[in-house]
Design a protein around this ligand. Structure first.
Ligand SMILES: [Zn+2]
Length: 51
C-alpha cells in the first residue's frame, strides 16, 4: 500500500460522483497511486465501455 498524497490532494473525488466520474477518477488514480484497488463493480463497468 502506497499513498500518493500529492496526487490525492490535486485530484479529489467529487461529492456524489456519477459512475462516469468514478470510473475516470479510478483510471487516473491507478496510474499514479496504489493505495486502493479499483472496485470490482467499476472494473465491470469499464469493460462494458470497452476500457
Ligand atoms: Zn490513492
Amino acid at each position: 500500500m502506497n499513498i500518493n498524497e500529492k496526487w490525492h490532494r490535486a485530484n479529489r473525488m467529487p461529492k456524489n460522483p456519477s459512475l462516469e466520474q468514478r470510473i475516470k477518477w479510478h483510471q487516473e488514480h491507478a496510474k499514479y497511486c496504489t493505495c486502493r484497488p479499483i472496485p470490482e463493480k467499476l472494473i465491470i463497468e469499464m469493460k462494458k465501455r470497452g476500457g
